[in-house]
Design a protein around this ligand. Sequence first.
Ligand code: AMP
Ligand code: MG
Length: 376
Amino acid sequence: MPPVPVNRPSLPRLARVDWPAEAAHPSAATAAAIAIAAELLTNGQLVAIPTETVYGLAANALDPDAVALIYRAKGRPPSNPLIVHVADTAMARQLAADWPEAAERATAACWPGPLTVVVKKSADVPDIVTAGGPTVALRCPAHHLTRQLIERAGCPLAAPSANRSEAISPTTAQHVLEGLGNRVSLILDAGSCEHGLESTVLDCTVVPPRILRPGPLSAEHLAAALGAEVTLAALPEASGPDEPAIETDGTPREADTAARSPGQQRRHYAPQTPLELLAADAAAERVSNRLAAGERVGWLCRSPDDATVHRLAASPALVVVPMPNDPAAYGRMLYASLHALDHRELDRLVADAVPTDQAWAAIADRLSRAQHTGSR
Ligand code: AMP
Ligand code: MG
């Protein structure tokens, strides 16, 4: 009798791709994985890719059917546009109807790197990529493996973060596997991401250019690169993610942040465990109260050597995660810490607030969006 076919969903193939920065060429195994990934992408499939920010869920940006798979795999609302990854500035310019001075200067100074520029889109960019909008977000990643993959595939790659919509972005291949499972054909595993936070998004269609999403490159850094002023869009008011932005008299706000930066809902990047963001003193008090109420608590703590923290940490119901005092180091471990805490069956997470200066803006933004009080 012929064997009965087993109808088991195929697991994604996870390919380890090492390529040390000092090596001019990838190993044979890495080159083979890049070739397979490129072939899958040109055949309209999804591949999770490492970048220096977070892992991306990539598809051929010029293939609307492939891009539709990204939205389906993520459960992403169709109103939330995607960032298109390019191998170089020449590829970016082909996708832009207009290349303003600000885009030229910013990309000359910061590409390849964690900067996304928003410009008017060319007719080559399918509407599904930009959620029907007239602008496109473009980035040339610093990760040399990713640029090699784009060149090999011969097409720009639409690639949002490789997580389900609203969840925490993945900074390791394991996070991608846990979040997307068999919704992706192949995961290229290049270890932990260098920055661990999503790119800075700069709207170059307005004068002065405006940061729509803070990221690893600060406003000060961009202003110096541009030799000009850069403004920072405000975090949307504390409204639900789908509530339209309106003036107090009820009319829609024309140039509102939410309209210019679709997808930047107030709640985004959130762990499953409810998280509260509090000033350090208030955080210690909150942790103490919740432990006394019998809860299991995780604490992203910026002063782990404090006597109060030591006293509280004696409780087996408390998991203290010491967080660095340097914003780059903090950014690198924030999502990995939230992913790890989500596995600990805790009732609540508490995070110490971070400084208000520009260097911490991206972290303050992500922590603020990670806050929620809903139950698991
Ligand atoms: P991610 O899931 O991290 O790749 O998020 C991509 C984000 O880039 C979106 O949620 C938007 O906030 C932003 N973005 C992408 N395309 C555009 C665009 N055309 N205009 C403004 N923001 C954009
Ligand atoms: Mg995302």
